[in-house]
Design a protein around this ligand. Structure first.
Ligand code: HEC
Ligand code: HEC
Length: 324
């Protein structure tokens, strides 16, 4: 936070400098000095003033304490069943390894800098170590539940977790993940703390990154786990296929997401076997291998048979959306 605030102060100093230069130019006696000077220095003052305001809004959004209540959840001490821990481990393998591990595998001992993957100087954004050797040992179950559901961490700050599909997991599935995290093996590993740059504050202030956590934490119930349309929709939601394929899964995602194809015209053409092969091996019926970074099929391929079949049922039944 200090670094970003210093950058903002430098911006404020520059605004003052250009405002002063504009005033000086205004007082100039020679017209050829006066008008270009006033216009140029004035423009810079406005531009830098705007940047300062957007950056300040961004810093506010990144650090403002969020008033989202901690749900009264206790997974510890209730002893979780082995079925519950296994369910949590399964979900963690599908949903959490991408950011909380460096090799896309359990345990969730901490990930790489997500900012580095963007190629932009956004700062330090690491998915922390979630094993019992990390910070979570000092968090209540309710606090862990809240960050998975809303992205709001123990300090009340909205983290990048707020944008992921785990906010749509049912209470039961979220608790299963908490149970797994508590039961997972301890791995000593420390990741750098969250440290945004001015650029990240500017992006956030301009509304390019969505940070708004939901105001409440639930409750959320899931349809019972079976090969049904409803359960398929639930899987689409928590894996957030819509994050890249668009809200209608028709390739209508916002421009900030990488371009992803229109599933509503592709999937109705595929057989169940085509879909399983694509999700488990990355190879589509046309024989092409999907880019595992752009389309994270390796993690999604770990969905179990019931989840994948429900997903297929849902996607296969979509009404094709043509045109955007
Ligand atoms: C898109 C990347 C991403 C994914 C996927 C992701 N996380 Fe996170 N997670 C983060 C980042 C980034 C932070 C917070 C870093 C910060 O701002 O302090 C975080 C923070 C957390 C924290 C708080 C830890 C702490 O010490 O502050 C918990 C708990 C957590 N994540 C659990 C999960 C679980 C469980 C899943 C899977 C359901 C998951 N995360 C999936 C990126 C991710
Ligand atoms: C992180 C972004 C992202 C997410 C999340 C995502 N996809 Fe994709 N998907 C892509 C991209 C990008 C491609 C194109 C990949 C390529 O051509 O190499 C793709 C391709 C596909 C294809 C192949 C379509 C074709 O052209 O033959 C299928 C099927 C698919 N995705 C299904 C899904 C399903 C189902 C989900 C959710 C369970 C999902 N995707 C989630 C980005 C994503």
């Amino acid at each position: 936070m200090i670094g970003t605030i210093i950058s903002l102060l430098i911006l404020v100093a520059l605004v003052a400098l250009f405002a002063w230069l504009a005033r000086r130019a205004w007082g100039a006696k020679r017209a050829w000095l006066k008008w270009p000077g006033v216009v140029l220095a004035g423009l810079f003052t406005l531009l830098l003033g705007l940047l300062t305001a957007v950056g300040a809004i961004g810093v506010y959004k990144l650090y403002a304490p969020r008033n989202v209540p901690v749900p009264a959840v206790t997974v510890q001490g209730t002893p979780p069943t082995s079925g519950q821990i296994a369910r949590g481990q399964h979900l963690a393998e599908v949903l959490c390894v991408a950011c909380h591990s460096t090799n896309d595998e359990l345990p969730l001992s901490g990930g790489d800098n997500l900012a580095a993957e963007t190629g932009l100087p956004l700062g330090d954004i690491y998915g922390p170590n979630l094993t019992p050797a990390g910070e979570l040992k000092d968090w209540s179950d309710g606090e862990v539940f809240r960050v998975i559901r809303t992205g709001v961490n123990k300090d009340g700050r909205a983290t990048f977790m707020g944008g992921i599909g785990s906010r749509l997991l049912s209470d039961e599935d979220t608790q299963a993940i908490v149970a797994y995290l508590r039961a997972s093996p301890s791995v000593q590993n420390e990741t750098p703390e969250f440290k945004p740059t001015l650029l990240l504050a500017l992006f956030t202030g301009a509304g390019l990154l969505n940070f708004e956590p939901p105001a409440a934490t639930g409750p959320i119930a899931a349809p019972s786990k079976a090969v049904t349309f409803e359960y398929g929709k639930y899987v689409v939601d928590f894996v957030s296929c819509d994050g890249c394929h668009g809200p209608k899964l028709s390739g209508d995602a916002p421009p900030s997401a990488p371009p992803a194809p229109n599933l509503t015209v592709i999937l109705p053409q595929w057989s169940k076997e085509d879909f399983f092969t694509a999700m488990r091996t990355g190879v589509t019926p046309s024989g092409e291998e999907m880019d595992p970074v752009a389309m994270p099929w390796k993690a999604m391929g770990k969905l179990d048979d019931v989840e994948l079949e429900a997903l297929y049922l849902y996607l296969h039944g979509l009404t094709p959306v043509t045109g955007k």
